[in-house]
Design a protein around this ligand. Structure first.
Ligand SMILES: [Zn+2]
Length: 286
């Protein structure tokens, strides 16, 4: 089929759709009403047929990137600008958090250079619930949505569980496909690194992933309760991590409860705003 035939076909199908009553098909399904799902909008100019990209192509790509990234639900909408110093009670905590924010800002502003050099981050504090995961997820969202990067978010113990679970399925093939995904993503976020029970097998698996990413200069961002030099991993692993990570110390303060309260407040405000929007819409219509 030539491009011209294809365009003609799309035009006919669009005409058919509009004759069926505009929007009825699209309301019931996820098909884009502008292009009928083809991603292209045909148009005529000087008697010739052309096609331009539909807006839905970009949002389609974005939703695929977001689903690949697999950011935990709690952190799906978290943005860097919503992170607040006020959740930390101590002066030291506030100071560390501010320094961390400055590092992140510079890191993201220069992200293309970071990507080229394969430089990642090691976000560390011994205290659980200090906001490390939230920070990592906010970075992930920023990189997916604004920088349009392919990001993969994975908790370290889940990585190992998933590798084990592939054994039941198609054994070697499924395992290597999973490892490929972890090795090839532009950015891999390994959350809670260092809590896993370390066996020779675990050493081997993480060495494969970390070394592969190191060789190909892929960016890896870690969150951990364990400083790099105290990790129970072999030198060949920790030295690679050290070499390609900027250290980012996080406050030694748990803010999980405070942040949960803040989430609830944000949620309630959002609902109130939506309700206000709805009633405003109504008053215009009636
Ligand atoms: Zn479209």
């Amino acid at each position: 089929m030539t491009l011209e035939d294809k365009l003609e076909e799309m035009k006919v199908s669009r005409k058919w759709q509009s004759e069926q009553g505009s929007g009825t098909a699209s309301k019931d399904s996820d098909v884009c009403p502008k292009c009928g799902g083809s991603g292209w909008i045909p148009y005529e100019q000087d008697g010739m047929l052309f096609a331009k990209e539909c807006d839905c192509r970009e949002s389609d790509l974005m939703s695929r990137r977001l689903s690949f990234a697999n950011i935990p639900d709690t952190f799906k909408d978290k943005e860097l600008k919503t992170l607040k110093t006020s959740v930390y009670a101590t002066t030291d905590g506030k100071q560390k958090f501010l320094t961390a924010c400055n590092i992140v800002k510079r890191y993201i502003d220069n992200f293309d250079d970071m990507l080229e050099a394969g430089m990642g981050l090691y976000i560390v504090s011994r205290t659980k619930g200090s906001g490390k995961t939230r920070m990592a997820a906010s970075i992930a969202n920023e990189l997916v949505k604004k920088h349009k990067k392919q990001v993969k978010f994975a908790v370290s113990t889940r990585i190992l569980d998933e590798i084990r679970s592939t054994w039941k399925k198609d054994s070697e093939y499924a395992e290597s496909r999973l490892i490929d995904q972890l090795c090839l993503a532009d950015v891999l976020i390994i959350d809670d690194f260092g809590v896993e029970r370390i066996s020779p097998w675990v050493q081997e698996k993480f060495y494969n992933i970390i070394n592969e990413r190191y060789i190909h200069k892929k960016v890896t961002i870690y969150t951990s309760n364990v400083p790099i030099e105290e990790l129970n991993y072999e030198d060949r692993i920790t030295s690679r991590i050290k070499e390609v990570s900027y250290l980012m110390e996080f406050p030694e303060e748990s803010v999980r409860d405070l942040i949960a309260k803040q989430h609830n407040k944000e949620m309630l405000e959002k609902l109130a705003e939506e309700a206000k929007g709805r009633s405003a819409g109504k008053s215009i219509l009636t």
